[in-house]
Design a protein around this ligand. Sequence first.
Ligand SMILES: Nc1nc2c(ncn2[C@@H]2O[C@H](COP(=O)(O)OP(=O)(O)OP(=O)(O)O)[C@@H](O)[C@H]2O)c(=O)[nH]1
Ligand SMILES: [Mg+2]
Length: 1134
Amino acid sequence: MGHTILEKIIALQKKTSNIRNLCILAHVDHGKTTLADCLVANNGIISSRLAGKLRYLDSREDEQIRGITMKSSGISLHYTTGGNEYLINLIDSPGHVDFSSEVSTAVRLCDGAIVVVDAVEGVCPQTQVVLRQAWLENIRPVLVINKIDRLIVELKLTSQEAFTHLQKILEQVNAVTGALFTSKVLEERAEKDADATSSCTENSSGDQVYDWSAGLEETDDSDLYFSPDQGNVVFASAIDGWGFRIHQFAEMYSQKMGIRSSVLLKTLWGDFYINAKVKKIMKGAQAKGKKPLFVQLVLDNIWNLYDAVVTRRDKEKVEKMVTSLGLKVMSRDLRHSDPRVLLSAICSQWLPVSQAVLSMVCEKLPSPAEIVAERVEKLMSVGARRFDSLPEKTQELKKAFLDCSADEMAPVIVFVSKMFAVDSKALPQNKKRPLTQEEIAQRRELARQRHGERQAANQSTETSGSVDAGGTSILAAPATSSVTDALCAQTEALSVKTAVEEEGKEQFVAFARVYSGVIRKGQKVFVLGPKFDPSLALRMLSGGCSATDALPTIPHMACCTVDSLYLLMGRELEELDEVPSGNVLGIGGMEEFILKSATISTSLACPPFTPLNFEATPIVRVAVEPKHPSEMPKLVRGMRLLNQADPCAEVLIQETGEHVLVTAGEMHLQRCLDDLRERFAKIEISASKPIIPFRETVVRPPTLDMVNEELGKQQKVAVIHQVKEEQTKYPEGVQVDSTGLVMLTTSNKMATVGVRAIPLPEDATRLLEDNVELIRTMVQLSLFAWEGKTLDINQKILENIQDFKVKLESHLQGHKWRGAVERIWAFGPRRCGPNILLNNIEGYQRPSVWQCLKCVKEKEKAEATTLRDFDNSIVSGFQLATLSGPMCEEPLMGVCFSVETWDMKLSTPPAQQDSVDENSVSQCAETSNDNQSLSSELQDVHETDMSTTGSNRSRSRVEAMGSSVDCYGPYSGQLIASVKEACRYAFQAKPQRLMAAMYTCEIMATADVLGRMYGVLSKREGRVLHEEMKEGTDMFIIKAVLPVAESFGFADEIRKRTSGLACPQLVFSHWEVISSDPFWVPTTEEEYLHFGEKADSANQALKYMNAVRKRKGLYVEEKIVEHAEKQRTLGKNK
Ligand SMILES: Nc1nc2c(ncn2[C@@H]2O[C@H](COP(=O)(O)OP(=O)(O)OP(=O)(O)O)[C@@H](O)[C@H]2O)c(=O)[nH]1
Ligand SMILES: [Mg+2]
C-alpha cells in the first residue's frame, strides 16, 4: 500500500463526521464480493480491469475455489466527493446461511449497510434475514439492485418488462422493511400503553377500544423505505462495472430537456411519461400505454448499449455511441474478442458503479458521530437488565458513546466482535519492507567495515605465518576468531529456526471498533468478558482507578497492554500507532485475553456490550480424532484455536473422551475441518459421520393401525417376541397399571413415587421451546427470591413471563390439564427444556414456578418452609430422566411427567437436603452430550451460585445425616434414581416416538429441472410445502422441509442433478415427530397379512434409533443373518 494513501487514511481517521462504517449484506451469490471489488478498484488497490474477477476480499484459498465468501473481512477506502474527503471502512460479509454468524459480527461494527439484491432472484430468504439483522442492530441500510445485465442477456426482457420487474423487487424489499417497522411501532405502542395503565389508577373500565393503526400513522416512516427518488437505491451490474442512481439521469436530462432536475427526480421513477408535443411530463403512462420515463430515459440507453455491444456486435454503432457519450475507449478493448470486455470498458467510464455506490453511502449513511441514543442503550444493557438499572457511572458513559469523541479525556470504549487468525508472516512487523535510502547507506557502510576487518585479519595471519617461533600469541587470534565465527553461525542458525517456527504460527487479530476515545499502542486497558458486571467492579474498587494500578482480581476482567493496532486492508494489515473513535480496526496480541468477543475499555464502569444476535443454530456435530494417536495434543490445541477463530463453531469434549465439533451446516463443517487440518492443528485428522441429534417423545395412542384400519375391532394376533418383551419390560418392584401410572419404591423401601407420562400438545411444546431464555430467567429469579435477594428486573421481562403463562394456559386446555399451569413443578432438562414436571400429589402445595411474578412485584421473600423435604430430589430425578430417554439416550421433548403419589416413611430428615443433589445434576448436565449450548449467562450464574452454597451445605448435611445413610447409599440419591427410573418406565408405558430435526429449504429452479429436484427431495424424505412461480421469470420457488438426518450431500446432489441450476439453502427450523413407531410389530390380522411376521419393510424410526444406539455403544437388537438357508438356496439356483 502506498505511503501517501496510508497517511491520508490516518489523517481521515480523525475526522469522525467523514467516516462511514458499513457492511455489504445479501443472500448468497447476489454479488457482494464482486461489488466490493469495484469499490476497491476505485482506490487503485486492484486494477479496474480485474475488478469483479479477482474477488479481492475473498482472500482464502477455499473461498476462491468455491466462489463463496466464508469470512467477513474489512478494508479501508478513501473517497472524494463534492470537495469532501471520506474514509470508508467497508466490510464484506458472507451470504451463505452456514456463515451467518460472520454477518452478525460485521453488522455490530457498522453504522450502515449496503443490501444487495439480485435483479433476477429478488428477495431471498437470506435477504430477509440480513434486513432483520440490520434492523435489530439499528443500522441504516441502502439498496443496490445488482445483476441487471442478467435481465437483458439471460432473461431477454424488454426495457419495459424490466421496469415492471424492478418495481416488483423494490416492493418486495420494502414489504420486508415495512413488516419490521410495523412490528416495532406496535411493540413500542403496547409498551407505552402498558406504562400508562400501570401508572394511572385502576379506575379505567376494561372495555377500551384499541386503535392499533394509530401509532403507525403518527410515526414518520418516509425515510425508512427504499425509493430511487430518495437516492438510496442504486441499479447496477457489478460484473460489468456500471451502476447509477436516478439523480445522475435527472441532472443529465434536466440540462438537455430544460426541465428542472427536482421535477425529473420526482417523476423519473414512477408512472409518468413525457408528452413530446407539449414538452411536459404527464401522469398515467401505464393507462395510456406510453413509455414510462424511467424506460425511455434510462433503461433504453442501457438496453441499446447491450444490444449494440453484446448481441449484435455492431462496431460502427458502438463507436458512435462512445463518441456521443464523450468517452475514450482503447482500441485494444474495441478489438477484443470478448464483447463483455468492451462493455465493461464503456460502462465503467460512463456510469461507474463505484461512484454511484460510494456517493450514496457518503450521502445517505450516518457517520459514527450520529449514533442514536436508542442504539447506545441497546448496546449497553445486557439480558434482563434495564438501562436505568445500571450503575450511575455506567449510565454516564452513554454520553461518551453519543459524543464519539477522540478527546484525550474521553474514556476508551472498544468492542471486539470476533477474533480472526492470520499467518504471522502476514503481519506487517514480520514482513520484509523496502529499505529506506538511509538504511541502505548504513548497511553499505557496515559491509565496508566488515570487509576491511577481514582483510586486515588475513594480512595478519599471513604475516604471523611467516614469522616463526614465539608466534603463539598471534596464532591464537585466528583460532579464537574461528570459534566465535562458529558460535555466531550457531546462534544465527538458531534464530533462523525460531523464525521458521514463528512463521508457521497463527496469530489472532481482534476485529474491533472504537466507540469512544483513542486507543493507543502500549496503552493499558481493561478487557471485559461478556459476563463482566460493572456494578460489582465499582463496588470492589471505590473511587477512580486505571488499568495501570494494581487491582484485585475481578471476575471476567483482565488488564492488558495493547500490543499492536492494525488498519484492515483486505488481505493485508498496516500497522498503526493509534486509532481514534469511530473507526474499525484490528488489535493484535489479545488472544490470551479474548475468546470470541469482548469489550475493551479504560473505565471499569463500562458494561459489556450485548451479545451478538446469531441467526444460525449449530446443529451438525462430528467427532474428530487425529490419524496418528500420538498427535492428540496438537489436535486439542488446534481445536482450541478453531473455537477462538470462529464465532459460531463449538468445540467440546464428551464424557466418552470424544472431541466433538459442532457447526452450523455442511459447508461450515467442511471449512472448519479444512482450517483444522491446514492451519490450526496441521495434522491429518479423521472426522466421524455427522452425529445427528434426535429427541424422544410420547404420543397419544394411535387410532389407526399401519394399514389404516381402525384399531380395537380386529382380532389381535399374538406375535411371540412382543409378548415376551412385554413381560421382561418391567423389573420387579415396578408396578404399571393399565392407564400408564408407574409406581416405584426406592431400594430401601422408604419412599414410593407414582409417575405418569402425558404427551404435551404440540403448541405447548413449541411455546416452551421458544421461551427457553425466559424460563431460564424465571429459574434465576426464583433462586434470587429464595435467597432473599432482589433484582432490578425489567418490567418488560415480567410482562413476557405473564404473557408466557397465559399462552401456556391457552395451549393446555381440557379437563386433563385443568389447573396444570399453576402446578408446574419444574421444566427440564436443564431446568429450562421443553418438558414439564407436574405436581399432582394430593395434599402437597408447593410454591409454583410462577412465584417469581409475585415475588418480584411485591418484593417479598419467598416462603421456603412450604417445600417438602427432598423436593429437589424429585426435580433432579426428572432432570436426569428428561436429559436422556430410554429409546436411545437422547433428550426428551414434549413430555409431561405428572407425579401423582409420593409417600415417604422417613419422618425427620435434615432440612437442607436438596442443594447437593442439585449441584450434582448441574454437573451431569454439563458433561452430557446434548446439543444445546450451556453458555447462557443466567445458567452460569445459577450454577456457580449452586456450587458455592452447595459445598458448604453438603458438609453440614453429611454430618447431620450420619445415621440415615443406609447400605443403599444416601436417601436423596436413592430418591433421585427412583424418580428417574419411574419417569423412564412411565415414558415406556406410552407409545414412544422419535423426533427428527428438520431443515427448511427454499430452492429456486427452472421448470425443466423441477422433476429431477422433486426426485431428490422425495428420496430423502423431504416434503414440499409449497411451490410458486416467481413472477416475471421462468423460475419456481419451492419451499420444502427435510430431515437433518437425510440432508448430508443434499445440496451437492441437487446441484449435480440440476446441472448447477438449483442451489438449496438449508436452515434449521423445528423438531418433528416421526410418525412410524420404532417398536412396531404387526399386531392385527391385517397388518400381519400386509407386512408379514418380520415386518421387514423399512422402519425409518427404527433405523435412526438403532444408528444412534450403535454409535453410543448401546445394545441393539438386530439379526445380522436371518434365514441363512434361503440365501444358500438362492446361490445354488443361480
Ligand atoms: N451477470 C452478473 N453476474 C454477477 C454480477 N455480480 C456478480 N456476479 C456473479 O455472481 C457470482 C457471485 O458473486 P460474488 O460476488 O461472489 O457473490 P457474493 O454475494 O459475494 O457471494 P457470497 O459471498 O458467497 O455470498 C459470481 O460468479 C459473479 O461473477 C452481475 O452484476 N451480473
Ligand atoms: Mg462474497
